[in-house]
Design a binder for this molecule. Structure first.
Ligand code: ATP
Length: 193
């Protein structure tokens, strides 16, 4: 998939709404230490469904909301909008918003969706919050030291089949539920004889 635009509002150090247009080709982000370069990569992972505060360098998920400075009050929400297109050229817009005390909500092309739906879309597009394509600091060393099973996960993600595993787990869980229901039905029918 191709990301064409990123809009951040109240996310970490991006207190004012900021829009980044990502042109085709290589994009470099430069700036002094602490100016928010890593926060940008984290915004991409977050809108894709990242749910581990630790991998966002946060104590809790609400810590991604602008925490305020001596001269500026804290914000009550953070929002990241990602616009792009999948390999078929279909345009999409994904929005994740978190409000203090209310948790996260997602929208896909204007409609409310679940976190799982968003994760599946990115998995099918061979990317996602845990994609090795998003290389954060320390990640290279982690890839080199990865166990074979972890390497296999990376290859599966790159091949775009990670979403199939999620669907398989869902189908297996529905199958188990149906088997339980059938057993219950048989018990009831036996009671009626
Ligand atoms: P380096 O080059 O040192 O790796 P960087 O450009 O990648 O730095 P980041 O790590 O992205 O910078 O940004 C860190 C800055 O973001 C710090 O100044 C930190 O105070 C600020 N920051 C992080 N979370 C929040 C928050 N919730 N509210 C306000 N500011 C925040």
């Amino acid at each position: 998939m191709r990301i064409s635009k990123l809009r951040l509002s109240g996310f970490k150090s991006f207190v004012e709404p900021a829009t980044l247009h990502i042109e085709p080709g290589l994009t470099g982000v430069v700036g002094p230490n602490g100016c928010g370069k890593s926060n940008l990569l984290e915004a991409i992972r977050w809108v894709m469904g990242e749910n581990s505060p630790k991998s966002m360098r946060s104590g809790g998920m609400e810590d991604v909301i602008f925490a305020g400075t001596q001269s500026r009050p804290q914000r009550d929400f953070a929002e990241v909008v990602l616009q792009g297109a999948n390999d078929d050229g279909d345009e999409m817009e994904v929005v994740r918003r978190i409000e203090r005390g209310a948790g996260s909500a997602y929208r896909l092309n204007g409609s409310d969706v679940r976190a799982k739906d968003v994760a599946l879309i990115f998995a099918d597009a061979a990317t996602g919050a845990h994609s090795p394509a998003l290389v954060s600091q320390g990640k290279i060393a982690q890839v080199i030291a990865a166990k074979p099973t972890e390497r296999r996960q990376m290859l599966e993600e790159a091949a775009g089949i990670a979403g199939l595993h999620v669907r398989r787990r869902d189908a297996e869980s529905k199958l188990r539920q149906t088997e339980t229901n059938l057993e219950r039905l048989e018990d009831i029918m036996a009671g009626l004889d």
